[in-house]
Design a protein. Structure first.
Length: 318
């Protein structure tokens, strides 16, 4: 779209420039203005910063004239044919992504993907489904997280998207406390660290921070809101908006627990890697300690050597 807008701006400004008899036009949209040079250099506002419209609107604005006079100027000086506006054909409403089926989450590739993200597969199977879908005729599969409007958030190793309609996801257990997340991977990550047998508090997943206004009616009826939003500008802004728009609720910003990481899932992956490194270091330290103790005790070394070496058989000399 920006490419066609720039082309349209160039055509409009070139036409109006020639209409006034300008000798040169330099398009400087990068700096916010477009300059036309005649006897004296003067600036013409760029359409990127002005109001939208047709070439007639441009002439009316520059010449400060009405519609009829602008048409006469274009016809007399530029001989531009003025055609009646045509009604555009409506855009196709057929979505490019179409859901084929949803089944229990079982595909090994999807389960392996969850494990690499640090998520316990049993937790994901409780709240997610295996979605088969098509995009422009090609079939794919992904992890599907349902929203309250019947749409899906889709994730796999090579795809991140959604199937309309886009909406929030709520789990209502009729409690006074709610935990709020931006995306469902953070929600699953939080559950994977706790391993609860049963979720006893309310949950809301925005599925995008732009859905925060849609979530306010559900959030506002809780006395305590635990916000697990991302550690970025959008997440911090969403938390601030939540505090401002829910004055009767206690909003607890939980992002301090995963500070230094983008979100809950990023923290979980880093925590698992650190834990694996510590286990490997402890194992290596234990082996090193055992070797040193054997070397320092000759009798123990002799006993271990005797246990390793096989008993020699008595042979017959030929």
């Amino acid at each position: 779209m920006p490419k066609y807008t720039a082309m349209l701006n160039k055509v409009m400004l070139s036409t109006e420039s020639r209409m006034r008899g300008d000798m040169q036009v330099r398009f400087g949209g990068r700096y916010g203005k477009t300059y036309c040079r005649k006897a004296v250099r003067r600036s013409v506002p760029s359409l990127r910063l002005g109001e939208g419209g047709s070439i007639i609107d441009l002439v009316m604005r520059l010449k400060r004239c009405d519609f009829a006079h602008a048409v006469r100027l274009l016809r007399n000086r530029e001989r531009v044919p003025i055609a009646a506006p045509r009604s555009l054909s409506p855009l196709s409403t057929v979505p490019a992504l179409r859901i084929l089926s949803d089944t229990p989450l079982r595909h090994s590739a999807l389960l392996d993907y969850l494990r690499r993200r640090g998520i316990v597969p049993e937790v994901a199977c409780t709240y997610c489904r295996e979605i088969r879908y098509t995009i422009n005729g090609r079939k794919y599969f992904a992890i599907g997280f349902p929203n309250d409007a019947g749409g899906w958030e889709l994730r796999s190793e090579c795809f991140k998207g959604s199937a309309s309609p886009k909406q929030i996801t709520t789990i209502d257990n009729c409690t006074d406390t709610v935990i709020a997340f931006e995306g469902f991977m953070d929600f699953l990550s939080c559950l994977s660290t706790k391993h609860p047998d049963q979720l006893r508090i309310d949950v809301i997943v925005l599925n995008s921070v732009v859905n925060l206004p849609k979530a306010l009616p559900f959030l506002a009826r809780h006395s305590t809101i635990h916000a697990f939003f991302d550690n970025d500008n959008a997440g911090r802004k969403a938390t601030a908006e939540l505090i401002r728009l829910c004055p009767r609720s206690e909003v607890v910003d939980q992002s301090c627990f995963y500070s230094g990481h983008k979100d809950v899932n990023d923290y979980l992956i880093a925590h698992i890697k650190d834990h694996a490194k510590k286990l490997a270091a402890q194992k290596n330290a234990s082996k090193t300690k055992t070797v040193q103790s054997v070397r320092n005790n000759p009798q123990l070394l002799k006993a271990k050597t005797a246990a390793v070496e096989p008993q020699r058989r008595k042979g017959v000399k030929v």
